[in-house]
Design a protein around this ligand. Sequence first.
Ligand code: ADP
Length: 274
Amino acid sequence: SGAPSGAAAAGRGLDQISPEGAAGVRFRGVTKAFGANVVLRDLDLDVAPAERVVVIGPSGSGKTTILRTTMTLERPDSGTIEIGGRHLYHEESDGRLRPAREKHIREVRSDVGMVFQHFNLFPHLTALENVMLAPMKVHGKSREEARDRGMYLLDTVGLAHAANQTPGQLSGGQKQRVAIARSCACEPKVMLFDEVTSALDPELVGEVLSVLRDIAALGTTTMLLVTHEMGFASEIADRVLMFDDGQVIEQGPPDQVLGDPRHERTKAFLGAVR
Ligand code: ADP
């Protein structure tokens, strides 16, 4: 972290992720199956603007699918999803979902940023070019504007010095920090983090968690995180959701869900990961 560097941040109000404010997320009755495998089961989920929610649960329980449906990478079979009060789909009288118009979906989706387990950086572009790309191509920002924000964000994740390096020259932790900066570049009102430390060597986990703490401290974006880092979860989360068998089986403040779980399956899960 550290203070934003000189020209990049000077007087531009860049010390935030989304200048327009965070957005909430609402699922109502969302069901999603892959063949006979029902992964989300009539799921209701509310995340308030700027809230930090950590989702925990067994592997294969559908946590990633929650994030991917929020990002419109998967379409639910039924139910509705709203981001910042705007619907991604509408339900017809026959109960089937129709997507909203493609232009509307693109607009709603542009409020959401996602960081994946495996960084997915463009290998032939530098760190800075990776961060500048979407603001220019998708959001029509000028090169100068994209560069300013890109440098500010690389500085925020402690990588201003690596701006001109390509992913092949960076460590796993550095790559993931670039990926986080990249996902912040489009001023997301909601950020989704899918086990962003689980592909890293243990000694590189801390530097990535520290960047997530900095983003959380800004408090200007909603954060929905899937993680197995329970210490980190209890420190950062406003609320922890225990997810199993397609449903939220227990939720509450981290002290309660992680420290004093009520549900037998939560106890068993926490016993296994600790
Ligand atoms: P988690 O993130 O909790 O590990 P996932 O959401 O990744 O769980 O997956 C939930 C279940 O859905 C798993 O059984 C997985 O195999 C299945 N699944 C996920 N994506 C697909 C897909 N595109 N096609 C078929 N099955 C899938």
